[in-house]
Design a binder for this molecule. Structure first.
Ligand SMILES: *Cc1c(COP(=O)(O)O)cnc(C)c1O
Length: 361
């Protein structure tokens, strides 16, 4: 290849995203607990809507996503004109980076923050700024200390992945208030539905001009394979994002299934309750065998081991028994394993295997 053909600055700095493992070689009844998927899958109504959409495949989809935005707005009591839908919440995050950050700008996120934030900063040629957390919890003062005249975006997930921890609405508000004027606070609410009664920052968005929230159908809605997410924010920002969004980014099947899913809040509530029950059970069971974790507000727990070597050995041990969990070296947590809260039998298998592993050491 000639030297004259080069990608934009930053792109070759991207370490390609590595997804959680999907298979365990040779093991029977493998269970995947590496990607925070909902073990119960989506609402039946979402599946039926997706099947019905097969009759529309020759039609271009709507470009304004009106039916889906209306459903989201009704369920969450929002202004539908300020909802934007995308190919996963990843697309909304990408549109934000593309629209608001570029060379010489800074994009701020935390040391155990979602890997996409760094990738997106590089993708637009901006400078990624990684900020320390306090014992695996987002540290608002550290973020504020790292911001300045070049900061354009601050990404935090609340609850965060892979730590499972969250900060209070008062802390989020303090962060939004004290940011430099030209910076946008992006609240990634991928796990918000797992927290009973949590608005993920919606009330804050109604009174501020510098806060945007992203949400997804990939987690509690059990539709990770569908690739659909949404965002909410001030009119001016949503308008900017819509200008660079591909007009036909979502297919009819995606939109119809997501609409049916968001209207089935009984399914969401059932999954939230069951997740909380098994999450508490699993965390206790692991702690009893000497594997602590922080209190998680999401659908996974971050199990901490005594050393990197022990985490690696436990990962291999689980893998041999068909239990696929997530190594989190890429998140600066090499002595930890992130374990998705599965159904009851999966949780029991994990707890049993970890007990065996610790017992043999
Ligand atoms: C899973 C996850 C998402 C969701 O991504 P999608 O593109 O909507 O599937 C976003 N942010 C965080 C922190 C996540 O863990």
């Amino acid at each position: 290849m000639s030297d004259a053909i080069r990608p934009q600055p930053g792109i070759l700095d991207i370490a390609p995203y590595v997804a959680g493992k999907a298979t365990a070689t040779g093991a029977q009844n493998a269970v995947k607990l590496s990607s925070n998927e909902n073990p119960f899958g989506p609402s039946d109504r979402a599946k039926e809507a997706y099947l019905r959409a097969v009759h529309e495949l020759h039609r271009y989809p709507s470009t304004d996503h009106a039916a889906l935005r209306t459903a989201i707005a009704e369920v969450h009591r929002l202004d539908a004109s300020r909802v934007i839908c995308g190919v996963g919440s990843d697309e909304i995050l990408q549109l934000l980076a593309q629209a608001y950050a570029g060379p010489r700008d800074e994009v701020v996120f935390t040391e155990h923050g979602f890997l996409m934030y760094r990738i997106l900063a590089h993708a637009v040629g901006a400078t990624p700024i990684e900020v320390k957390e306090r014992e695996r919890v987002t540290d608002v003062d550290a973020i504020l200390a790292a911001t300045g005249p070049r900061t354009r975006l601050v990404f935090i997930a609340n609850p965060n992945n892979p730590t499972g921890t969250m900060i209070s609405p008062a802390e989020v508000e303090r962060l939004a208030e004290k940011l430099p004027k030209q910076a946008i606070l992006v609240l990634d609410g991928a796990y918000a539905e797992y927290v009973e009664g949590f608005d993920a920052g919606l009330a804050l968005i109604e009174v501020r001009e510098n806060v945007v929230m992203t949400r997804t159908f990939s987690k509690i809605y059990g539709l990770g394979g569908l690739r659909i997410g949404w965002g909410y924010g001030p009119k001016e920002i949503i308008d900017v994002l819509n200008r660079i969004r591909q007009p036909f980014n979502l297919s009819p099947g995606q939109m119809d299934a997501a609409e049916a899913a968001v209207r089935d809040q009984d399914h969401v509530a059932k999954c939230r309750v069951e997740n909380a029950r098994m999450r508490g059970w699993l965390a206790n069971a692991l702690a009893e065998h000497g594997v602590p974790s922080d209190v998680s507000s999401a659908n996974f727990i971050l199990a901490r081991f005594a050393s990197v070597e022990e985490a690696e050995a436990c990962d291999a041990f689980l893998q041999q028994r068909g239990l696929i969990v997530r190594r989190v070296d890429g998140y600066n947590l090499p002595h930890c394993l992130r374990i998705t809260v599965g159904d009851e039998s999966s949780c029991r298998r994990v707890a049993h295997a970890v007990a065996q592993f610790k017992g043999a050491r």
